[in-house]
Design a binder for this molecule. Structure first.
Ligand SMILES: *[C@@H]1O[C@H](CO)[C@@H](O)[C@H](O)[C@H]1NC(C)=O
Ligand SMILES: *[C@@H]1O[C@H](CO)[C@@H](O)[C@H](O)[C@H]1NC(C)=O
Ligand SMILES: *[C@@H]1O[C@H](CO)[C@@H](O)[C@H](O)[C@H]1NC(C)=O
Ligand SMILES: *[C@@H]1O[C@H](CO)[C@@H](O)[C@H](O)[C@H]1NC(C)=O
Ligand SMILES: *[C@@H]1O[C@H](CO)[C@@H](O)[C@H](O)[C@H]1NC(C)=O
Ligand SMILES: *[C@@H]1O[C@H](CO)[C@@H](O)[C@H](O)[C@H]1NC(C)=O
Ligand SMILES: *[C@@H]1O[C@H](CO)[C@@H](O)[C@H](O)[C@H]1NC(C)=O
Ligand SMILES: *[C@@H]1O[C@H](CO)[C@@H](O)[C@H](O)[C@H]1NC(C)=O
Ligand SMILES: [Cu+2]
Length: 605
């Protein structure tokens, strides 16, 4: 009822000039088996999965009523790559821009899209999108610079696929039993949430192929056998056409390319997405890291098996130049240095840190703290001690120096902006410093998700011309869970004046169980905005002297201990004449099993 009213109001308000699309998204569980190996529940929309791509036209307004019919999980949607200019409150992340949508509740996203290109939308609720709640979002541009050349358009999504649901995977990922923070390895690679997809094409025609990597974890090498690609767009930014034989897409990244088919026809054309196995701590024997599709000229002809490629030589995205020729921003007004690392906390689990802080969601969503903290909204303290919050002034050139002090690759994504990539080091280059940097390209790469190499750095710049609350985070969903998140609060005083948060946003917080406070600082303190007493915090640091190796040793000895306990109990059960199914439940078998643990038979017993 309430949301029907909202749709009506939204309709009356926006009917004036822009075209508006109204949609209903009912989010439910459905069962699917996309890799042909294992059927499992996935999150679909309106009973559909794969979720169809959302196609809109630049300049259009979109009103989407999302109803959560999952029954057992909260949800939310984020519109990856859209600037949400003037509508920061529609960006999606719970704890930042809104509250969670609980089961049985709905929420209306309403925003205007003024940028062309290839995007996607996905749940921004903790660890959820790899369960399937994600799809491409294509913004058609009547002025697309390639439109004269293009005969047809093809959308391809890539992803990695797990057979287990994210909830249990996350529980064992951030856990004392996984002190090294080894990420779960996916089972299969997918194209279009499927495998062996075929796309009909015709000889002599040129196709615009839009590609999105919607994976939880895996980057993809992508190539079309025997065909060169001309890259014309990267993350929504038109580029000078650039030839490439292979692309590398991290989770969150997009490209569109032109491919011209030989006028004389020929064989059907295989294309392959191959997961970057360097991301995985171990390579299980049953890993299906390659997935194939075909551009089909002739249905009667065979679908050739792709040839093996010897080395993965993908285009270096640093060589891409925005078509509008935007020069590198200079005269930096504000520099933010983020030193990232992975380490253990006192609970023995592995976490991710910026500047020694792992992100923990505040009590009050950050945007609501902006709206309710008056003049204090300019003071980063009100946003909490564990949110990696930075307050940006409006209309400044902001520089992020990101030092990856970890031996893994990480793709970083900024909400609300695309950034220029001023420098990106090779692997093992160490931290950025005046003495350790590369020269700035005159016209640098611009995109919204960038790969940072192991033990290397990246330098990013953007103009703070979009008041709002914007996350900056690693797009590996595992590292979102382990806290690799920073928050930029951009021009908060301006935001207070210009943002009108629809009342149903606050209602949603009231309908959460328990209700989520929407006033005051990160701790929900209204009287003293500088008092963060009671704010959510991470586990305590490890006691001095403890190391990851120490924890591994400890875990192994505990596991050994448990095995011993299990053996003693098992032996005990063999001895007991009364052991029948059911009987053991009453005579306290499990409690009995606990006693030796308390008595403490060490691994050496
Ligand atoms: C795709 O084809 C391969 C090779 O024939 C097969 O092993 C696999 O099961 C197919 N995938 C699906 C989802 O049907
Ligand atoms: C969504 O679910 C509601 C309630 O079950 C139903 O009335 C509505 O028709 C559904 N909408 C779509 C698009 O399936
Ligand atoms: C791939 O999926 C997208 C939607 O996600 C759809 O628009 C497109 O037609 C699909 N392509 C093929 C070849 O199935
Ligand atoms: C939620 O529901 C799905 C679909 O029925 C089920 O597979 C999943 O295990 C449930 N999750 C929890 C945490 O109970
Ligand atoms: C996947 O493709 C690559 C490149 O052709 C090849 O080297 C690799 O052996 C393939 N992996 C499997 C499991 O087939
Ligand atoms: C993080 O902690 C280390 C070790 O205690 C210290 O050397 C470093 O300066 C800290 N970094 C920041 C940004 O506070
Ligand atoms: C930034 O500049 C724009 C346009 O000149 C102006 O409307 C806006 O108020 C400025 N924002 C801030 C925070 O100064
Ligand atoms: C947001 O809109 C303002 C006003 O139209 C414009 O100056 C600014 O460049 C826009 N920012 C982004 C990131 O689109
Ligand atoms: Cu994102």
């Amino acid at each position: 009822m309430l949301h029907a009213l909202w749709l009506l109001l939204a309709f009356l308000h926006g009917a004036a000039c822009t075209k508006t699309t109204y949609l209903e998204f009912n989010v439910t569980w459905v069962n699917r088996n996309p890799d042909g190996l294992h059927e499992r529940p996935v999150m679909g929309i309106n009973g559909q999965w794969p979720i169809p791509a959302l196609h809109v036209t630049k300049g259009e307004r979109v009103v989407i009523a999302v109803s959560n019919h999952l029954g057992n999980e909260t949800t939310s949607l984020h519109w990856h790559g859209l600037y949400m200019n003037g509508t920061s409150y529609m960006d999606g992340p719970p704890g930042i821009a809104q509250c969670e949508i609980p089961p049985g509740e709905s929420f209306v996203y309403d925003f205007k899209i003024d940028q062309p290109g290839t995007y996607w939308f996905h749940s921004h609720t903790r660890g959820q999108y790899p369960d399937g709640l994600r799809a491409p979002l294509i913004v058609n541009d009547p002025e697309n610079p390639s439109k004269e050349e293009v005969d047809g358009e093809i959308v391809l999504s890539f992803s990695d696929w797990y057979h287990d649901l994210m909830r249990p995977l996350l529980a064992s990922f951030v856990s004392v039993t996984n002190p090294t923070g080894a990420e779960p390895v996916p089972k299969s690679a997918l194209i279009n949430d499927s495998q062996n997809v075929t796309v009909a094409i015709q000889p002599g025609k040129t196709y615009l192929i839009r590609m999105v990597n919607m994976a939880a974890f895996a980057s993809m090498y992508v190539w079309f056998q025997g065909h060169s690609m001309r890259v014309v767009e990267v993350d929504g930014i038109y580029t000078e056409p650039t030839e490439a034989s292979m692309l590398y897409l991290t989770a969150g990244q997009r490209y569109s390319v032109l491919i011209t088919v030989d006028p004389s026809g020929g064989t059907n054309i295989p294309f392959v997405a191959s997961m970057d196995e360097e991301l995985f701590d171990d390579i299980p024997d049953d890993l299906n890291s390659n997935v194939t599709g075909w551009l089909v000229l002739d249905n009667a002809k065979e679908l050739p098996t792709p040839s093996n490629v010897d080395t993965f030589e993908a285009l270096d995205d640093m060589s891409l130049r925005p078509l509008d020729g935007s020069a590198a921003l200079d005269k930096v007004d504000r520099t933010i240095t983020l030193d990232m690392k992975m380490d253990n906390l006192g609970d023995g689990a592995n976490y991710a840190f910026f500047n020694n802080n792992t992100y923990v969601e505040p009590t009050v969503p950050t945007l609501y703290t902006v709206m309710s903290s008056g003049q204090y909204s300019d003071n980063p303290i009100v946003y909490g001690s564990h949110t990696n919050s930075f307050v940006l002034h409006g209309n400044e050139t902001v520089e992020i120096i990101l030092n990856n002090n970890d031996d893994g690759k990480h793709p970083f994504h900024l909400h609300g902006h695309a950034f220029q990539v001023i420098a990106r080091s090779e692997e093992d280059a160490g931290s950025y410093s005046e003495g350790n940097t590369l020269s700035t390209p005159a016209v640098p790469l611009k995109r919204d998700t960038v790969l940072v190499q192991p033990n290397g750095y990246a330098v990013l710049r953007f103009r703070s011309d979009n008041p709002g609350v914007w996350l900056f985070h690693c797009h590996l969903e595992w590292h979102v869970a382990s806290g690799l998140i920073a928050t930029f609060i951009e021009a908060p005083l301006e935001l207070q004046k210009t943002a009108t948060i629809p009342p149903d946003h606050y209602d949603l917080c009231a309908r959460n169980k328990p209700p989520v406070p929407t006033l005051g600082n990160a701790a929900g303190n209204v009287d003293d905005l500088l008092d963060l007493n009671g704010e959510p915090a991470p586990p305590q640091p490890l006691p001095a002297g403890f190391t990851t190796k120490g924890i591994i040793a400890l875990v192994i000895s505990i596991l050994n201990g448990l095995i011993m306990v299990g053996m003693i109990a098992w032996y005990g059960m063999l001895q007991s004449p009364a052991t029948e199914p059911g009987a053991g439940d009453e005579d306290g078998g499990p409690e009995g099993e606990n006693q030796p643990l308390l008595a403490g038979p060490g691994p050496g017993t």
